[in-house]
Ligand binder design. Structure first.
Ligand SMILES: C[S@@+](CC[C@H](N)C(=O)[O-])C[C@H]1O[C@@H](n2cnc3c(N)ncnc32)[C@H](O)[C@@H]1O
Length: 350
């Protein structure tokens, strides 16, 4: 899924991602519509380009020393990563953290449909406030989410502190915009998509840092960095819907930025709200993801044994939270005030 982040060198860090569902910055759409639109985009992205999820979870399997027991999905969205990880690691509990109740609801519904709900716990929490009490875990996954948070280095530090020693963190980013159109779409000037991507890059769409130095500063050892390329051709009907939804957002974002004739061409391509017209134009979907696998080192004490958590150390279980319920983490008013004993309450159960 594309991510729109604003990098703020003046602050030496990142501001919140401009497509964060809580913000009203996508053509003035209401927050609720924005969240629903984001949910659709995330699901379409996974449906169309999701083959990389099988590859990346297999790659994770090569980096974990043991079968993971608990996997935490940081900024889970509609949970395409959570579900792929639950499928790959068929005995693991998956804890999905996100600030959006709507996206987490979509995830729970998908988990039920796929028969994975028993192993899924969703936690609604704002990572900008504090790390929620989710208990111990041996794998963490953060896909297109780290660059959304206000202080990614603090969140990386929190993940490092909470992860089991020897545990693995995988950070994934979309590194090129999804490509759909041929060079010449048969309308307007050739090269439309390339010009759109250039303008989006200038507007800081999807910019993210090289996470390697950030991971190292947080105390992780980098195990591997890998790029996964994805190409889908011929395009399926869902690819047509994805192209339409994506180009629609691009059109809104580049209004007044792109040359008038290119905007007109986009309008023609998006006319009648139908993805069929796009599908007839030799649509081909290409994308790419970069993943960093990073390990929390084992403590360097002579003769020490690796530390592993057991079921009794899992905060939510110990506090009697229903495994399929939504845990709403009542966060402290300022970082550093987290108190697990007053931080959890049971929400809706499925
Ligand atoms: C681009 S989406 C990626 C979702 C998912 N990881 C995926 O790859 O499909 C980014 C997600 O991060 C979540 N997010 C952003 N800032 C957050 C915060 N401060 N606390 C919790 N979640 C946050 C958003 O709600 C959104 O679901």
């Amino acid at each position: 899924m594309l991510a729109l982040k604003v990098f703020s060198p003046q602050r030496g860090g990142m501001t919140q991602h401009a497509s964060h569902p809580r913000r009203h910055d996508l053509g003035g759409v209401r927050a609720q519509d924005d969240e629903a639109g984001l949910a659709d985009m995330l699901d379409l992205d996974a449906e169309v380009l999701g083959s990389y999820l099988d590859e990346v979870t297999e790659w994770i399997g090569q980096h974990v020393p043991d079968v993971p027991r608990t996997v935490v999905d940081v900024g889970a969205g509609t949970g395409t990563g959570s579900l792929a990880l639950a499928r790959r690691f068929s005995t693991a509990e998956v804890v999905a953290i996100d600030t959006s109740a709507l996206l987490l609801d979509r995830l729970r519904a998908a988990a039920r449909e796929q028969g994975l709900a028993e192993r899924l716990r969703v936690v609604q929490a704002d990572l900008d406030v504090a790390w929620p009490e989710v208990g111990a875990f041996d794998v963490a996954w953060a896909a297109s989410s780290l660059h959304h948070v206000a202080d990614p280095d603090r969140v990386l530090g929190d993940i490092h502190a909470a992860l089991d020693p020897g545990g693995l963190l995988v950070v994934v980013e979309v590194d090129v915009f999804p490509r759909f159109l041929p060079h010449d779409v048969g309308l307007g000037r050739p090269g439309l998509e390339a010009r759109c991507h250039e303008a989006l890059a200038q507007a800081n769409w999807n910019s993210h840092p090289d996470w390697q130095p950030h991971l190292a500063r947080a105390g992780f050892d980098i195990a591997e960095q890998h790029t996964f390329s994805i190409e889908v051709s011929p395009a399926s009907p869902s690819a047509g819907r994805y192209a339409h939804a994506f180009l629609h957002r691009v059109r809104a974002a580049l209004d007044g930025v792109l040359a008038a004739d290119d905007l007109t061409t986009l309008d023609h391509l998006l006319a009648d709200d139908s993805s069929d017209a796009l599908l007839r134009r030799d649509l081909m979907v290409r994308g790419s993801r970069t993943a960093w696998a990073a390990r929390r080192p084992e403590p360097a004490v002579a003769g020490s044994l690796p530390l592993h958590h057991d079921a009794s150390s899992r905060g939510a279980d110990a506090l009697g939270v229903h495994p399929q319920g939504t845990v709403v983490w009542q966060q402290p008013t300022s970082p550093g005030q987290a108190r697990p004993q007053d931080g959890l309450e049971e929400g809706r159960s499925s």
